[in-house]
Design a protein around this ligand. Structure first.
Ligand SMILES: [Mg+2]
Length: 269
């Protein structure tokens, strides 16, 4: 049974070094970042608490988020990379893109993903690349309903199977099928980020960090972190989860995120 966020202890809040957060429906609410949520990120920064968004969104988005939001680093494309600003290079910092795979591997994989796509297009001509494909660095995203008439369940299953048979990973979101080669995931990418940016093994400092999310795709982090928090919309999925969060906010999405940050900061002044 998840506890109220008000039960997150003063000791945990006082010792917190950083917050890892999902973006969609956790920092955002109904597709928008509200002032409360954006301002909460600034408050974390002012309190010198590291803010690290972790998302499936594409490299182009992550480039923008890293440069313009008050964040420490960003994990993108389901753990294919993290980006950060190297501030030793001057006031505005220089963007550093750290990929889980080296360039030669990425090139070969990208070529294979697109060859598989061209082949499949011959049998499912109505499918299309997602409109955000141009902003992706690693995975291929195939639209099945966002900007085209919805494909049949059979066609979706066929696309997934086609990529899996070729040894790729393939995941179905609410709008796209994402496929990529590689065994990385979001948590492994965070492990690398902690080692390289903070010189800390993530498994040894987890009690000084917190993860906040909203849905089953956040479960691997809920399982790893004792300080795991769901915003209120996580209630829709709690029955389906093997690893629910230990704490839940009263408010949904970004309003819940702001509520969490208020609670943390209350114990630090
Ligand atoms: Mg989410």
């Amino acid at each position: 049974m998840a506890k109220s966020i008000t039960e997150l202890s003063p000791e945990i809040c006082k010792n917190l070094k950083g917050v890892l957060a999902d973006i969609d429906d956790t920092i955002s609410l109904e597709g928008k970042i509200l002032p409360d949520a954006y301002s909460a990120m600034w408050k974390l920064k002012e309190a010198e608490i590291r803010m690290i968004p972790v998302t499936g969104r594409p490299a182009g988005w992550v480039d923008h988020i890293t440069r313009m939001w008050p964040v420490h680093a960003v994990v993108g494309e389901n753990g294919a990379f993290y980006f950060f600003l190297d501030e030793s290079c001057g006031r505005d910092g220089k963007l550093v893109r750290r990929f889980m795979q080296d360039e030669a591997v990425r090139e070969v994989n990208t070529k294979k993903l697109f060859e598989l796509y061209e082949k499949l297009k011959l049998t499912i001509p109505q499918m299309n690349l997602a409109s955000d494909q141009g902003y992706r660095a690693i995975d291929i995203a195939i639209d099945f309903c966002e900007d085209i008439p919805r494909l049949s369940d059979r066609a979706i299953a066929k696309i997934v199977e086609h990529y899996k048979k070729a040894g790729a990973q393939a995941k179905v979101s609410s709008i796209h099928i994402n496929a990529w080669f590689g065994s990385y995931n979001k948590y492994e990418c965070c492990r690398l980020l902690f080692k390289e940016l903070f010189q800390e093994p993530i498994d040894e400092v987890k009690e000084q960090y917190l993860y906040v999310g909203d849905s089953p795709n956040d479960e691997p982090f809920f399982a790893e972190f004792d300080n795991s928090v769901g915003v209120a919309n996580v209630h829709d999925f709690l029955d389906l989860m093997q690893s629910p969060p230990n704490y839940v906010c009263d408010k949904p999405g970004g309003l819940g995120f702001a509520e969490l940050v208020e609670h943390i900061l209350k114990h630090r002044s």
